[in-house]
Design a protein. Structure first.
Length: 100
């Protein structure tokens, strides 16, 4: 299984960028999303940026990943899924039946 990680562009060129994830810098391919300015959050799979993220979406992904790690380690994690607590599950748009 491959997990996408939010990273932030530090410096970039046309094809590659140096991206930061919690203090670790990694060279990331930009071939799928094009050049991005410094500070842009991107979703990275196996060294390739696959999508530009908004700041809030990047935070939610980080919270979810931290929540999974906390659950594995037996630490409290509910606060990391605050956006899901007391909410009815929703289907993504592409799985919803169109209303007539």
């Amino acid at each position: 299984m491959c997990i996408g990680l939010p990273m932030r562009v530090v410096t970039g060129g046309d094809f590659f960028a140096e991206c930061d994830r919690r203090g670790t810098i990694e060279r990331v391919s930009l071939l799928l999303i094009g050049p991005q300015p410094a500070g842009t959050p991107v979703l990275v799979y196996l060294g390739t940026a696959v999508r530009v993220l908004g700041a809030e979406e990047a935070r939610l992904i980080d919270d979810a990943l931290d929540g999974v790690a906390a659950a594995i380690e037996g630490r409290p994690y509910d606060h990391l899924f605050a956006d899901l607590i007391d909410r009815e599950p929703e289907l993504p748009d592409f799985l919803r039946v169109p209303s007539v």
